[in-house]
Structures are given as structure tokens and as C-alpha cells.
Design a protein around this ligand. Structure first.
Ligand code: MG
Ligand code: MG
Length: 256
């Protein structure tokens, strides 16, 4: 199913997007050496409740996880890249942490992910992973607008990832979003321009390039949710929810 928002619904989508962005930035600013992943989950639970919003993750039971999820945010550390299940782990200097959050407010969902390095050290490989996914995300957004096709976005994202020397996994990618978190169309992180669904105003999309340092192969953790690089190499993931507008694309999940 592909949902198209009416112009009167866009302000509500902006509110959800701003909430997701602000929770992620607050969690990022608080997460430091010595923070436990379960604390981040509890902060997120409280911020969602304070806003009168609902988690898209609690009780989520998709085919790719051992459901129900049971937590409020995904916390993926180092070789973990997607769907990181919060657990009893204390962050150390130099850890590469990805926070991925989706929330429902006023009947509209938004979804965003950020990767960053905990503490003061800045390992070059981690910096390169993070900046590459951020550049790929920006390229995908730049390719989005009315009349563009999904393949144009996939191609733009994939070109950045490939040019930086990373292999691309096509098992998980971006997606439509609206009254629920995961909708059609699927947005692969590589593809051919000119192919696929044609974008139109009112469509909400979550774009989410992610990469692993030295492989494209995932392995599922014993927890049944967390997806890690098969080599143990580091990983990064960047995601925004955007709205297709009359003259381009608007990023909904920028912090205010
Ligand atoms: Mg997400
Ligand atoms: Mg997503």
C-alpha cells in the first residue's frame, strides 16, 4: 500500500518528524562513555510518553525479527548495524553507536537514524563510514521530488556508497511511511535511474543508506533481532523521513 498525505496532513507529519529528530539529538547529547544502552531505551520511553506519542517499535513483530521487539529505540554498536536490541552494555570511548527511532504522533509516523562516535576518539574508519552514509542520504534526498522515480533515489544513494568503496546489501533499505512505519514502496540502496514508482506530492519516504566496512553480508545475533556484519567490521546507518512536495523534497526529521 502507498499512502499519499493531503496538504492538511503535512503539518502533522512535520510535528512527528521534529519529535523523532529531537529525541535522537537529546539521546545523542546524553550518550557518553559509561552510558548503558538500557538507559538510552528508558530516556526514549520517557520522551515519547512526554510528547503524547506512541512507539512504533514496542510490540512490533515483523518477519525479520524474533518478536515482539519490546523496546523503544534501536541501539546498534560497532559491528551491529540494523535493529540493535537494547541490552546491558556500557558504552566505551570510540564505540560507533547507531540510534534508530520511529514514533507515531497524531496518526502519522516518522523514522530516522543517526550514527556517531562515543567519547573523544575519532577512529578514521568509523568517521569514513558515518560520513559516507550521510553523503549518500543527502544524495538520495537531492534526487527526490515530484516526477522522480524510486530508481533515481536508489541510484543516487548507491553511487555514493560504491564510489567510496563499500559493497551494498540489498536485503534492507528505505520505505514508504505514513499511518504506519513500514509501507511500500521499498527503496533499495542501489538501483537503476528511471525505474520504479513515480513520486508525487504528499508521499512520505524514509531513506536509509547503511554500510559495513568490509562486507555486504549480515548475520543475526543470538538475540533474534540485532543484525551484525559477518566479519565483525564496523558499520554505519543514516536515515531521514522526507515529504515529497510540489517543488522538491522536505526533510521532516531535522532537529529544531
Ligand atoms: Mg529507522
Ligand atoms: Mg526505516
Amino acid at each position: 500500500m502507498i499512502e499519499i498525505l493531503s496538504p492538511s496532513e503535512l503539518p502533522r507529519a512535520r510535528e512527528t518528524g521534529a519529535l523523532v529528530a529531537n529525541i535522537l539529538q537529546t539521546a545523542r547529547s546524553r550518550a557518553t562513555v559509561g552510558t548503558n544502552l538500557l538507559e538510552i531505551d528508558q530516556w526514549t520511553k520517557a520522551m515519547i510518553a512526554d510528547a503524547g506519542a506512541q512507539s512504533c517499535y514496542v510490540d512490533y513483530e515483523p518477519s525479520f525479527g524474533r518478536g515482539p521487539f519490546g523496546h523503544y529505540i534501536c541501539t546498534s554498536v560497532n559491528d551491529a548495524v540494523l535493529h540493535g536490541l537494547p541490552h546491558d552494555y556500557t558504552l566505551a570511548d570510540g564505540d560507533l553507536l547507531t540510534l534508530d527511532l520511529a514514533v507515531l504522533l497524531g496518526g502519522i509516523a516518522a523514522d530516522s537514524a543517526i550514527s556517531f562516535i562515543v567519547g573523544d576518539s575519532q577512529p578514521a574508519e568509523s568517521v569514513a563510514l558515518i560520513t559516507t552514509t550521510e553523503r549518500a542520504l543527502a544524495a538520495g534526498i537531492a534526487a527526490a521530488g515530484p516526477g522522480a522515480r524510486i530508481g533515481d533515489l536508489s541510484h543516487a544513494i548507491g553511487e555514493v556508497l560504491s564510489a567510496a568503496g563499500y559493497e551494498i546489501n540489498t536485503e534492507f533499505g528505505g520505505h514508504g511511511i505514513g499511518s504506519t512505519m513500514h509501507q511500500d514502496p521499498h527503496i533499495s540502496n542501489t538501483g537503476r535511474p528511471g525505474r520504479g514508482y513515480k513520486l508525487r506530492p504528499g508521499l512520505l519516504l524514509a531513506l536509509e543508506p547503511w554500510i559495513m566496512s568490509d562486507t555486504a553480508e549480515l548475520v543475526t545475533d543470538e538475540d533474534g533481532w540485532t543484525l551484525r556484519s559477518v566479519t565483525g567490521g564496523r558499520t554505519a546507518h543514516s536515515e531521514h523521513t522526507i515529504a515529497i512536495t510540489e517543488d522538491g523534497a522536505e526533510i521532516l526529521t531535522l532537529p529544531h
